[in-house]
Design a protein around this ligand. Structure first.
Ligand code: FPP
Length: 257
């Protein structure tokens, strides 16, 4: 049969249906580790440990789906108020994740970036974060952005402080204080804004995550706990994103892509 005669492919079997086109940048609030554990009578630490497994699945799926950037909220500026033992567990998981997974991420051409405040972090954590960025700096596959000791208001305040210092030093005029000038002083100014922000666990808020960058992001809230997140859940969120109309404040709709 020539190409002209070939019938248009109308997939009836969902397993062969075309995959949704991936958004360029997906940001994820990985919520519900504690509730996942509690609902099984397990310690919270086990929920976090299973959360790291979900993260590994997600990074793999993101690469397969052609997502360019994935930002994960791994430890917030506010998480320091948790019990010391839980903070120790979370720090231990981050260290183990970098020590064990960095070589694989590097082999998979993943570039690791870190956002958040690195001042005042333990030296071993800081040097692991630096090492992850330095080792993978030349990779041009998926970019995995780890938001660690991160709070969006703190990030915006840091940018404002830089700008204020430049104005005070006479290097910038007041008129140069624009949204673009603030964007340029955020923690990773070269990254595109997230197209899609996913939060698991059923909570419907941003909790101080990427407040500036998510001005026009589509928000998708999934009713599952983070340790249960997998490729199917990611595809479900992307399918929902694709159904949204993005107008960026204008009148002309652009469907998610
Ligand atoms: C929210 O669950 C999750 C976190 C506070 C941290 C997410 C951390 C991980 C997935 C593991 C560590 C990360 C890396 C990069 C190794 P929660 O404890 O708030 O759950 P709850 O709301 O049900 O109590």
């Amino acid at each position: 049969m020539s190409e002209a005669e070939a019938p248009a492919a109308v997939p009836s079997d969902p397993s062969v249906a075309p995959r949704p086109i991936a958004p360029r940048h997906v940001a994820i609030i990985m919520d519900g580790n504690g509730r996942w554990a509690a609902s099984r009578g397990l310690p919270r630490a086990e929920g976090h440990r299973r959360g790291v497994e979900a993260l590994r699945r997600t990074v793999r799926a993101a690469g397969e789906l052609g997502i360019g950037f994935i930002t994960i909220f791994s430890f917030s500026s506010e998480n320091w108020s948790r019990p010391v033992s839980e903070i120790r567990d979370l720090m231990g998981l981050l260290k183990r994740f970098i020590r064990h997974d960095l070589a694989d991420l590097h082999k998979s051409n993943v570039r690791v970036r870190i956002i958040g405040d690195r001042e005042g972090l333990d030296r071993d954590i800081k040097s692991l974060l630096d090492e992850a960025e330095e080792l993978t700096i030349g990779n041009d596959g998926l970019t995995l952005v780890v938001a660690f000791n991160y709070g969006a208001r703190q990030e915006i305040a840091r940018a404002a402080k830089h700008l204020a210092a430049e104005v005070a030093a006479g290097r910038l005029t007041l008129d140069a204080v624009t949204p673009e000038a603030i964007s340029a002083r955020l923690d990773a100014p070269d990254l595109p804004d997230p197209d899609l922000v996913i939060r698991t666990s059923g909570e419907q808020r941003l909790s101080n995550f990427l407040l500036w960058q998510s001005a026009y992001s589509e928000l998708v809230f999934l009713p599952i706990f983070w340790p249960d997140f997998d490729r199917a859940a990611l595809e479900e969120a992307i399918a929902e994103y694709r159904r949204r109309e993005r107008r960026f404040g204008g009148l002309i709709a652009r469907t998610g892509s």
